[in-house]
Design a protein around this ligand. Sequence first.
Ligand code: SF4
Length: 458
Amino acid sequence: MMGSNDKPQDELFYAFNLEELVPQDHLLRSIDRFLDFTDLREHLAPYYSHTGRPSVDPELMIRMLLIGYCLGIRSERQLCEEINLNLAYRWFCRLSITDKVPDHSTFSKNRHGRFRESEAFRFVFEQVIKRCIEEGLIGGEGFAVDASVVKADASRQRHHEDDDDDWGGGSRAINEYLDALHEEGSSITPAKKVSQTDPMARWTAAPGGPAYYAYSTNYLVDTEAGIIVDVEATTALRNQEVWSTKAMIERVQERFNLKTQKLIGDTAYGTAEFLSWMVEEAGIEPHVPVWDMGNNKPDRFGRSDFIYDAETDSYTCPGGKQLLRSRRNYSKPRTGIPKDGFIRYRAALHDCTNCSLKTQCCPNTRVRKIMRSQHENVRDVARVIGKTPAYQQTRKERKKVEMLFAHMKRILKMDRLRLRGLSGARDEFLLTATAQNLRRMAKCLGTGPPKIPETVPI
Ligand code: SF4
């Protein structure tokens, strides 16, 4: 006989245990074990007034945000609705079945302002890192670095005209941009195309794809368990992405006493200046391919086919001839370095003209020229490391950062920002990295022992 569920739903009193309803292997239960907000209240106390109407509990706000970022719920309105309906979400937020969930507009207002001023999101991110260190998930030796471009919340069609001083209303993102632009010693250079809604975002494009406004998220990842030890938001400019690594490495050392021994990155991090900072200033082993110009034709001699001799300060070509900095006899030897930081070494005209290897070497120029960076010694350090078996291993470890970016975009749905301005991007990237670290901890350390249930009578 076909059953039917026609019981009345109008009972006045229920007695059930919210704790018991959440499955032991629920992701939020696993994550909850690693959260401790005891210090957060102390950290935020100076930013709250002692009088007036009580605000929304900051712990509740953070817990709600973590649900959104851990489970890829990107809309604030949807997040508030889901928490209202879902018992596991209520349990995670420490809300009973009758507690009111903050309205989405109150929620939106509260996540800006005090939270940004007090750097609450960075505080929570760092609390999670401290827990990862306690749990032994961070080796602290080898870090991998990379950047990923995330679309800004800005229309591709709305550009600001160069000669127009009217920014129309002055939203938070616009004010932030204008303040940064007019700041003394500002490093911001106005781009060709500036968004009318989020001027700090950069007009950028992936190879072969359409252009759009975007920011970059930069991850510094410990290669042991793939924990993100630091995150930095930058505009989508290669130079800013690369140099944000310096800020992250220094911060990680200052906050957690983690000294970077080796840094793994792609060719973008292999510029002479950055390698020089890594090797000579920071004492870091560079596991980075050296950024070399003009080494990309397989049937031609590349730079690596020319051997440098420090004693004579010259290169020897595959034909056994010398390439020198200068062939004139100056009364005062020319030792200066050109403005671009690259010294030129040239072969003699008569050597190249009569050379049988010319078609493989310099078929389109009269003589062969080699450019040597003023930081070539550190580039050589990176080249030597590039030939070791350890380097082959670290190339594989770099994939961990790429996987984290793929996870961020595909599973956590962070392929477009919801907040505007660099500060909005910073908040979102910090919360995403916190969510990824919590999920990683839950995966690595399992669900753990169940908590003692508390009955919630209603
Ligand atoms: S073309 Fe000139 S630089 Fe090249 S191998 Fe011959 S001699 Fe050497």
